[in-house]
Design a protein around this ligand. Structure first.
Ligand SMILES: [Zn+2]
Length: 100
């Protein structure tokens, strides 16, 4: 590992630790999943998600108005949607339950 990559790693670690601290604070103020709330479900949020994926942009990462509290399953669905927008356009529209 070169000195430069070592520094970059240290910086990323610093950001991750600081981020974890902020996320805990944010979740204690915003304990419920916002996407579940939209469809009338009450689910405990587990993650602080970036509404607009920050893709390495630290300014966007640390902009609180770009944060939302999500539960694990909403977060993983959103991550997939962000990676494959056309496939997950309507992922949050609740599907009517098929009657047996
Ligand atoms: Zn949720």
């Amino acid at each position: 590992m070169t000195v430069a990559t070592h520094r970059r790693t240290r910086r990323a670690e610093y950001h991750d630790r600081a981020w974890a601290r902020e996320a805990i604070k944010y979740l204690s103020a915003n304990p419920l999943c916002v996407e579940c709330a939209k469809i009338g479900r009450t689910t405990k949020a587990r993650e602080v998600d970036h509404i607009e994926p920050f893709k390495g942009d630290y300014t966007l990462k640390w902009t609180e108005s770009n944060w939302q509290a999500l539960c694990k399953s909403c977060q993983s669905m959103k991550t997939r949607r962000d990676q494959n927008p056309p496939l997950f356009e309507s992922w949050f529209v609740p599907k009517p339950r098929a009657t047996p």
